[in-house]
Design a protein around this ligand. Structure first.
Ligand code: ATP
Length: 328
């Protein structure tokens, strides 16, 4: 199989995540190591359709391992959702002499890759990179560790002002469908309550917990809320409800937003991205396709793309108990 692969294409797609650059670097250098040509596709599937493709060598990726974002740029591309768009993408790959495609992104990116491979029988390998850690078959996705550290650092700062003024802060963090960032950063930053999309205990439980906190002598409180929590209220409406029921609290709202995606990747993410980039090129050269390379018990593993997208729920129920016990 190795003899048939002469050139590998690589792209980043969907939401950017810190560590994507480190993954691209590992793919490009691994190609150089194996003496296989490598092409970078700019702006994800959009650039593939617009033929925004450039050959890369080992020196093209110097000084990027420490940078957040992705130097190949990322995009969301509605044209790739159509068969006509994907046919243009396929023709461009063929014209560029690319024999296999490594896609770095989240579940949307993988879904696009799966459809593409099934239509054109073109080898596709996925590398999981999204701050949400919501891909099955891998213990971690690239960018998650950095995002957690960014969130904990921000909440620590909010805690300083919360305790100086005896305030209650509601802090919204990313996570439309997955509460991993909220639950882990909440435990790490010592939050009093954590609201996540996977569970809904209602606002009454939150009010009860805040009443208990006050009685137990706590003077300030932090509540971490994932953006997709199931209370049915946005964070500002929730603040109003708490204020109406617990008038002795001085409440503030902080929405962390896009700072959670940015910043220099942590060492953990750089090493993870390097392992997965090398693993993805190994997988291509071993003749594997339609798979994602993930990490399990610190080893690189291959998982069917379909399972990575639709696989089991990764929610760690034991962590909820840890959060409840450590916030009494
Ligand atoms: P994140 O988890 O950070 O949001 P993602 O990879 O899930 O990243 P999406 O925007 O969902 O990001 O998907 C990226 C791109 O993948 C889309 O813009 C689209 O081009 C392509 N894509 C997603 N779903 C499909 C699909 N069903 N068919 C074809 N292409 C798709």
């Amino acid at each position: 199989m190795q003899a048939q692969i002469k050139k590998i294409g690589v792209l980043t797609s969907g939401g950017d995540a810190p560590g994507m650059n480190a993954a691209i670097r590992a793919v490009v250098r691994s190609c150089a190591y194996h003496q296989v040509a490598c092409a970078g596709i700019f702006r994800g599937y959009q650039g593939l359709i617009e033929n925004d493709i450039e050959d890369l060598d080992a020196r093209s990726v110097r000084n990027i391992i420490s940078r957040g974002g992705t130097f190949l740029k990322s995009a969301r591309c509605s044209e790739f959702m159509t068969k006509e768009g994907r046919k243009i993408a396929f023709d461009n790959l063929k014209n560029a002499g690319i024999d296999a495609l490594i896609i770095i992104g989240g579940d949307g990116t993988f879904t696009g890759g799966l459809v593409f491979e099934s239509e054109f029988n073109f080898p596709v390998i996925g590398i999981p990179a999204t701050i949400d850690n919501d891909i099955s078959g891998t213990d971690f996705t690239i960018g998650y560790d950095t995002a957690l550290n960014t969130v904990v650092e921000a909440i620590d700062k909010i805690r300083d002002t919360a305790s100086s003024h005896n305030r209650l802060f509601l802090v919204e963090v990313m996570g439309r469908d997955a509460g991993a960032i909220a639950l882990n950063s909440g435990i790490g930053a010592g939050a009093e309550e954590i609201l996540i999309p996977e569970e809904s205990d209602g606002i009454e439980r939150l009010l009860e917990s805040l009443r208990k906190s006050r009685k137990s002598g706590k003077t300030s409180s932090i509540i971490v809320i994932a953006e997709g929590d199931k209370s049915g209220k946005n964070i500002f409406e929730m603040a109003e409800i708490i204020q109406e029921n617990l008038s002795n609290y001085d409440i503030r709202v902080s929405v962390l937003g896009h700072i959670q995606r940015g910043g220099s990747p942590s060492c953990f993410d750089r090493v993870l991205a390097s392992k997965l980039g090398v693993g993805a090129v190994d997988a291509v050269l071993d003749g594997k396709h339609n798979i994602m390379v993930g990490i399990h018990h610190q080893k690189v593993v291959s998982v069917a793309l379909e399972l990575a997208i639709k696989g089991e729920d990764k929610f760690d129920r034991d962590l909820r108990r840890v959060a409840d016990i450590t916030s009494v």
